[in-house]
Design a protein around this ligand. Sequence first.
Ligand code: AMP
Length: 288
Amino acid sequence: MPRLIKNVKELRTTLHSIRCDSNTKKSIGFVPTMGYLHRGHRELIKLSKIQNDVTILSIYVNPLQFGEGEDYERYPRDLARDLGICEEEGVDIVFAPEDEEMYPQKPSTVIDVPGLTDILEGAFRPGHFRGVSIVVTKLFNIVQPDRAYFGEKDYQQLKLIQRLVTDLSFPIEIVPVETVRETDGLAYSSRNTYLSAQERENALCIYKSFLLAQKLFSKGNTDPKLIKEAVIDFISKHPLVKKIDYVEIKDQELRDVERVKEGDRLLVALWVGDTRLIDNWRFKNEPL
Ligand code: AMP
């Protein structure tokens, strides 16, 4: 079993002895999560295990990154199940703090990255990235890892963390991990547990729309407007898709593009029933 630690002081002491007690410097890999672990999280852990001597995974459903009326209360939580998965994957330490431990008082500090935290997710979830920035900054300061692992599934979050690390000089290497999908293309997400069988079937339109967009691009279409319209058209045919928040094509730094090229991203956020899903696709040069 991984060692379960719930308080910051104990974690700091444990990490201090790991760093100091051996003659060789031990590298620390860190995987921040909100728990209810799935195959996507497992890939982050596996990479950390390969690249580091010690792997720490945090489980914390951060209230600050949920807006009013969002799914904070119903977000799935199961620590026993998560610990079992962490044991299977060989995680050394699980850090699972309570709210009082993370936020003895509500933080007043605000981190914004204009042009990055106010578009896409930031436009539809005001305050979301402020919550993410604060919790990740705190976790980085508590764990002080050598490397931290983030999924491309949350592409905008990954770009924010990379920017944060550069701007604030965190001595941490950010390691991106490609999105892990089920065999039919649905990206693994803890929120998939909300979906009924019928909703899940409709949710597949996201991945199918990526294949459609890639096909158009592979055929020589580089007009972002044309590709976006084809994607929106296709998704709109699915009756359980209640609302599309956005379908956007951006370059890899999330800037607007006039012509689509390899490496650009198609980003989608939509509602299937009462469940909000996000996903993104990297345009590739090779034909499908
Ligand atoms: P979460 O628990 O949803 O906050 O996710 C924790 C980390 O796992 C984040 O860096 C996510 O981007 C990453 N992640 C979530 N789902 C996937 C997936 N399907 N493939 C790869 N990484 C993922």
